[in-house]
Design a protein around this ligand. Structure first.
Ligand SMILES: [Fe+2]
Length: 233
């Protein structure tokens, strides 16, 4: 049995445009559990224009506390994180390290869906140089198609890690692109990016089934255990 970590979700109740209630959060968690997920990173959106890191953390903690009494052992473990949207100056954000996925140096960063300028790339480099942060780009299937090979090489050269959404493995053309990103060794993390139980539902199996079919059991096991290793240090 594989114990999969879902690295991207919006399942904290009433925190962002994700789950609307404790009940919905519990159903989302149960659905992930049924798909072999035993750990879920709750990564609510963080927009620096809207609030400070401290205010966000206080809101996140309140949302988690409202869910906590219902978190029975049979449900996946919830680990707190954030999905930080890139903006010019993000590398100077005060308290940025507090947005890392709890217990890890991983900082889930949502990058612009356009070619990244030299400035953007330098800013990522300066974040990547910060000793206690490991940059992890969110749903790269959305932003990588806009980058040239040199930019991608520059980012991976800086040790930037990449997460892909499970939904990228659905649909013929889309699936081919997702498989190709994995084949190129660019992607190390999978997330459901689930927001609800309807149009953006927990769907990690969409990814794990395709990965197993295309690359084999051992490849999937390696991918999963690389992700899990960040929690075991
Ligand atoms: Fe997201």
């Amino acid at each position: 049995m594989l114990y999969v970590t879902d690295f991207h979700s919006h399942l904290l109740p009433c925190m962002d445009d994700g789950s609307r209630s404790v009940e919905e959060s519990l159903k989302m968690l149960a659905a992930l559990g049924e798909q072999g997920v035993n750990r879920v990173v709750a990564s609510p959106h963080f927009y620096a224009n809207d609030e400070s890191v401290e205010d966000f953390l206080a809101r996140r903690s309140a949302a988690f506390e409202s869910l906590k009494p219902s978190l029975v052992q049979s449900l996946p473990q919830v680990v707190l994180g954030a999905e930080l949207r890139y903006y010019q100056g993000v590398s100077k954000l005060k308290g940025i390290e507090k947005l890392c996925i709890q217990g890890t140096p991983l900082l889930l960063l949502e990058m612009p869906q356009c070619p990244w300028s030299g400035y953007v790339q330098r800013e990522i480099e300066s974040l990547a140089c910060t000793g206690n942060i490991r940059v992890l780009f969110a749903h790269v299937e959305r932003c990588l198609p806009y980058q040239n090979a040199k930019t991608v090489e520059r980012m991976t050269g800086e040790g930037v890690l990449m997460q892909m959404n499970a939904e990228a493995f659905s649909g013929f053309a889309q699936k081919r692109k997702a498989v190709s990103l994995l084949k190129r060794g660019l992607v190390q993390f999978i997330g459901s990016d689930c927001h609800n139980l309807a149009d953006r539902a927990p769907n990690i199996k969409t990814a794990t089934d395709v990965i197993e079919k295309k690359f084999g059991k051992a490849f999937l096991a390696d991918l999963v255990s690389f992700g899990n290793s960040f929690f075991e240090e």
